[in-house]
Design a protein around this ligand. Structure first.
Ligand code: NDP
Ligand code: OXD
Length: 309
């Protein structure tokens, strides 16, 4: 058996070493542009260039070394008709929960306001906020959205969630479908975006939708930049309707130097690190799924190309 490996964002050598250690009888092929690739049985890839697609001709399945499939699905009909399998959690749920809890607590305890005051040399206690007024709404109740909700609920915040199909989660106010989105937004003080980027979700958060949030709401986007109409968000922050945002993902990454987000003090920026792929967990999960496929058994986390996630 041969497995083709590629990551567009870093050194593939440690991945090759981990796969080789887990599968000693398998040939690991680190893909390089312009170097002939032998036929491979499986591929484990992230952010591939178009030139790699021709070398997927013989694979039985494509494994993504990440959770989102948008960067692969954009190749559409150029992809072979084999299962595309993404990572399911693999240590990302806990990272997402930490990231989002940090953002919510920062605003709830007004650390952003106190940082501003401290820079101005001002010693001024501010009125405390009540958790019951600080409802957190998570868009996307999947592998990563659910652990985020669980953590926020444990911290005592009222939580609500929105998904495509109806859900029943303990102590979570659940909403489903576009018809329910306005009601969901109207009761959300901190909106957390954890949706996949699909044709249906692109630009979902535009001026009209963000305006449904109550005055003084906050936004955390840890999903994909294309879900948010960036100029609309900026305008609503400048007008004061949205009090602040913590953004990990952007339409163009890295966020370009002249982008106005860089100079907006109410926007906190991180460089797409809300939940990084943990190599050990990822390799273990992919190796286990290859074993299932080799035995002819079904695997979890197969992308539905129609739905786009
Ligand atoms: P899942 O596929 O497990 O969950 C997706 C959720 O979104 C599901 O609840 C689904 O609804 C819902 N959803 C999808 N489309 C719609 C729609 N049109 N309307 C309403 N709800 C919808 O994904 P994960 O939780 O694993 O990951 C979510 C995203 O997080 C990834 O796609 C990726 O883009 C991003 N990500 C970002 C990272 C970072 O570091 N910033 C790291 C990892 C992932 P339903 O349950 O009904 O199917
Ligand atoms: C992912 C990501 O989808 O890193 O895994 O954004």
């Amino acid at each position: 058996m041969r497995i083709l490996l590629y990551r567009g964002d870093g050194d593939i050598a440690p991945w090759a070493a981990d796969f080789a250690a887990a599968l000693p009888h398998v040939e690991i092929v680190a893909w390089r542009e312009g170097v002939p690739t032998p036929p491979c049985d499986y591929a484990a890839i992230w952010a591939p260039p178009p030139a790699l697609l021709a070398d997927l001709a013989h694979v039985k399945a494509i494994f993504l070394m990440g959770a989102g499939a948008d960067a692969l699905l954009k190749f559409g009909a150029a992809l072979p008709d084999v299962p595309i399998v993404r990572l399911g959690d693999a240590g990302m749920g806990e990272q997402m929960a930490d990231y989002v809890a940090g953002a919510v607590l920062r605003w709830f305890r007004r650390f952003d306001d106190y940082e501003r005051q401290a820079r101005a040399g001002s010693w001024q206690p501010l009125p405390p906020r009540r958790k019951e007024d600080f409802s957190v709404g998570v868009l996307g109740l999947g592998k990563l959205g659910v652990p985020v909700l669980r953590t926020l609920r444990q911290l005592g915040f009222p939580v609500r969630g929105w998904s495509r199909t109806p859900k029943d989660l303990p102590n979570v106010a659940c909403f489903a479908g576009l018809d329910a989105l306005d009601d969901f937004l109207a009761g959300t003080r901190v909106l957390v975006c954890m949706l996949p980027l699909t044709p249906e979700t692109t630009h979902l958060l535009d001026r009209a939708r963000l305006s449904r949030l109550p005055q003084g709401a906050y936004l955390v986007n840890v999903a994909r930049g294309g879900l948010v109409a960036e100029p609309d968000l900026l305008a609503l922050i400048r007008e004061g309707h949205v009090a602040g945002a913590m953004l990990d993902v952007f339409r163009n990454e890295p966020l370009p130097a002249p982008h106005p987000f860089w100079n907006e003090p109410r926007i906190a920026i991180t460089p797409h690190v809300a939940a990084v792929t943990l190599r050990t967990q990822a390799v273990q999960q992919i190796v286990a799924k290859i074993a299932l496929l080799e035995r002819g058994e079904p695997v979890a986390d197969v992308i539905d190309r129609e739905r786009g996630y």
